[in-house]
Design a protein around this ligand. Structure first.
Ligand code: SME
Length: 160
């Protein structure tokens, strides 16, 4: 059993502790599916107000559903489509305050109101994305983006 000391204080403290927990969870484990599975569980447990947290992996120019926590989701997303495909094709973090206002948003859970997608990039190659959905409008801000970018940077090293 794992036990983590995760701060319930500021977002900066929360993401610092999450990064440290993710580091401990994935260190020395070479299997990318195991590492994504534990990362999605860790995020779902400690980040408040999420209804979906998980991964899409880039495979043959298409995003394919990876380990996640939440409702069953769409399996394949073409590059450039939806929030995930846009994040992967532009290699930029997407903070979407209102998913209904995002052209081409792909609804996997009707409860989702806002979304954060962070590309995972290793040695210049996009490996996939971290995707977080929330039922709360405008749930994610620049601190969430920075915190999840740090998680993605660590995972980029652990998904090879
Ligand atoms: N909403 C995403 C699709 C994935 S689900 O949110 C899990 C998108 O528009 O790419």
């Amino acid at each position: 059993m794992y036990q983590f000391d995760i701060s319930a204080g500021s977002k900066a403290d929360l993401y610092r502790d999450l990064l440290s927990a993710l580091d401990a969870l994935t260190e020395g484990e070479p299997d990318p599916i195991a590492n994504m599975a534990n990362a999605s569980a860790l995020i779902a447990q400690y980040l408040p107000d999420l209804n979906w947290s998980g991964f899409y992996r880039l495979m043959d120019d298409e995003l394919v559903l990876g380990p996640f926590q939440g409702k069953a989701a769409c399996i394949r997303i073409p590059l450039g489509k939806g929030v995930c495909g846009t994040a992967a094709s532009t290699r930029t973090t997407m903070v979407v305050r209102d998913v209904h206002a995002f052209p081409g948003h792909i609804a996997c859970d009707a409860d989702s109101r806002s979304e954060l997608v962070v590309p995972i990039i290793h040695n210049g190659a996009v490996l996939g994305v971290i995707d977080l959905d929330s039922p709360v409008p405008a749930r994610f801000d620049s601190e969430d983006a920075a915190g999840c970018e740090a998680l993605a940077a660590l995972l980029a090293e652990r998904l090879g």
